[in-house]
Design a protein. Sequence first.
Lengths: 325, 347
Amino acid sequence: MIEALHDGLQQEMERDERIILLGEDVGRKGGVFKVTSGLMDQFGELRVIDAPLAESSIVGVAIGAAVNGLLPVAEIQFLDFIHPAMDQILNEAAKFRYRSAGDFGCPIVIRTPYGGGIHGALYHSQSIEAMFTHQPGMKVVAPVDAHDAKGLLSAAIHDPDPVLFLEHKRAYRDAYFSADVPDDLYSLPIGKARVVREGSDMTIVTYGYYLKECLDAVQEYSDEQQASIEVIDLRSLRPLDKETILSSVMKTGKVLIVHEANKFGGIGGEISAILAEEAFAYLDGPIMRVAGPEVPAMPYAPPLEKAFLQDKHTVRAAIEKLAAY
Amino acid sequence: MESNGNLPGRRGGVATLERPAVDLSHVELRQMYELMVLSRMLDERMVLMNRAGRAAFQISCQGHEGVTGIAFALDPARDWLVPYYRDLPAVLRFGMTPREVLMSLLAKQGEPNSNGRQMPAHYGSRRLRIVTTGSPVGTQIPQAAGVALAAKIPGEDTVVYTAIGEGGTSEGDFHEGLNWAGIYKLPVLFVVQNNHYAISVPLEKQMANQDISARAEGYGMPGISISGSDALEVYRVAREAVDRARRGDGPTLIEIKVHRFTPHSSDDDHFQYRTKDELAQDRQDDPLVVTANRLKELGALTDEHEQEMRARIRQLINEAGEEAENAPYPDPSEAFTQVYAPEGMTV
């Protein structure tokens, strides 16, 4: 996935001079995860900017540069570090178009690694995407693998509105998420989910790294029980592909929503409410969620980290519970 | 201009430089003064419209009009404004009309800043090269650096003006934006309009070192503090800063010491925290009077000029006010549009 992101950025920058990168350590070092490796040498210090350590201004400068004709791709080194930039993102970038009655758009991308399970503890593991999906004017995408990452990156760069681009750290180097990546640039539509596995007995809705755990659980359970479970990868959290979710659940009658972020106020809650409002008559069981625990963030010690995380076993347990209805 | 601390004749935080002649003709000097008078008279009209119950909110530039000197040093055809809510003179200079300002005050359909979505004085117009602005003004400081960065990369000679009150300088974004501009020598004029009050909190409780331009040294840029009462002097200082930015020599922090002749906004009563004596004393240093006297000394302005000017402006404002009052509000359906770009649009 890192290579796909790197190549996507490089190819986009080669064909479009408006694109600049800015973020902590993105230049000389090439980013702490090496996504921007070598790009400063290729494009110079004014197009690949080693920003001062100040997230609010990384986003604020990106906004101003976008106003004046550039297509900035900002990197926030870890999603956990984004909080100082909240005012710039939610109060400024997301509101530019509305507050100027369409006169000013804000075509920026904020790339940021998120998620845990890499011994990153409280401040290198967070999944706080729901803070952004709550804000009209924002777009939030979470590509699951290398193929989706490259395609959604191109779409995000050329989207006229601000896009928060979430990259799960466990998918960065895991061969499971390397997928087939076309050499040339391509674009995937923001706001479209993907039905990863078709089925008729139950729907699982997820995104990001947990897709792997879900697919593993579904495979094992299906092999044993001859069950037919549909799995949806959201890809985009806002806009949310309501139609794909609704049509699947209207077909299967049961739904399990799985995400790493904690449950309270999360994406799963929103999807649950949509289903309760628009597909109530089709439901054959309770809407269920498997999500992170209600603790402030992920702890460090290996057993504590494992206790925070979900895996194929906890997903399997939820599948069994839901199947019983 | 030298960095703060080395200013000749520095006294009480205000530079008292020698006064060389400025490069403006008498006609241009009168235009600059007329813009100050227009700003004042338009603002006074807006206060009246608020008092009369026709405008729910008003926020004033009265006492800040000396900033017109900076607006006159900029080029509306190629420079950018990232203004704040007391920047009426600057946006008028960049082409906003009194009619548009009054339409905006009344939140009428088609007002150029936000089509009635934002409170009055939240300026923004791509056509006029004025960046859209919100209410918490610290955020626009890094944004101004970004606008300038986008100009610098292709080597354009654009200059970016951004302004904020002294209260806004306490925000972290103020530091972050100046830091960027210093590192990359970005063509920005950071203008702090220090009127001594952030709503009610006085300067002494806002910062320990009350000489705001002293901070410039920390960002590797020149800083200067000047009185905002003599627009010619403001112009002279701004001219140097604009020229330096256009040459590629980077940003300047300019602190203009001004007076706030009104409460913070129409919802504030400033006599809860300042005395009538203090206000009366401030009014003795009215930028309109000081600048008019300066122009008269130079032979650029006469009483006849001024009478003719005020009569013309009064008529302009009357007509603009009538048009704005008669204009319709936005349709309720307008509340739900322009959240995202039209479907399928790419950049």
